[in-house]
Design a protein around this ligand. Structure first.
Ligand SMILES: Cc1cc2nc3c(=O)[nH]c(=O)nc-3n(C[C@H](O)[C@H](O)[C@H](O)COP(=O)(O)O)c2cc1C
Length: 159
């Protein structure tokens, strides 16, 4: 099992609809490639972890790098892992610009003050921890279980 964690900057601010379209495509592709992970978006920045078979993950990263919707792609981690950390998420997602985003104890400062690519470039461990923290609070979107179409699934509800 292999994962890549990166940060990037949106070329233009992503609307909710843009994000939902991106997620829909990602989930369909990731499901067939057995790729899983988590994507966070805030202040025009993305943090994403993708995990799966090394070849698939590396190929997907090459595709993502060529995507003109974002720039300044900076890979923070690229390594083997024991097992999947996001087995039930073909791509979990949190839009942290949404007013009702989850407040996660211990991460308030990072989310409010430090959500910048430069910060995560210096603190890759915190980027990883943040992605994992959202796992506990983000609905599984494994399509075997409870796939909902992106139109009515914003993945924001804390539950
Ligand atoms: C921040 C970001 C994250 C992305 N994550 C994924 C992903 O996890 N899986 C995926 O297939 N495409 C992802 N994409 C989209 C790819 O760059 C590409 O547009 C897509 O895979 C093309 O799919 P298609 O050939 O089915 O249209 C992402 C794009 C961006 C900007």
């Amino acid at each position: 099992m292999f994962h890549i964690i990166y940060v990037s900057t949106a070329v233009e601010p992503m609307s909710k609809r843009d994000l939902m379209e991106l997620l829909h495509t990602s989930r369909v592709n990731n499901k067939s490639n057995r790729v899983t992970g988590m994507l966070l978006y805030k202040n025009d920045f993305f943090i994403q972890v993708i995990e799966g078979d090394e070849t698939r993950v590396t190929e997907l990263m090459a595709t993502i790098k060529n995507d003109t919707r974002h720039k300044n792609i900076d890979i923070l981690r690229e390594e083997y892992i024991q097992s999947r950390e996001f087995p039930d998420w073909t791509m979990g997602f949190q839009n942290l610009d949404a007013a009702d985003y989850l407040k996660i104890p211990g991460f308030t400062k990072i989310l409010e003050n430090n959500f910048k690519p430069e910060y995560f470039t210096e603190h890759a461990t915190e980027a990883h921890a943040l992605l994992l923290a959202f796992k506990r609070n983000t609905k599984s979107n494994d399509s075997h279980k409870n796939y909902q179409s992106p139109e009515n699934n914003t993945d924001q509800s804390p539950e």
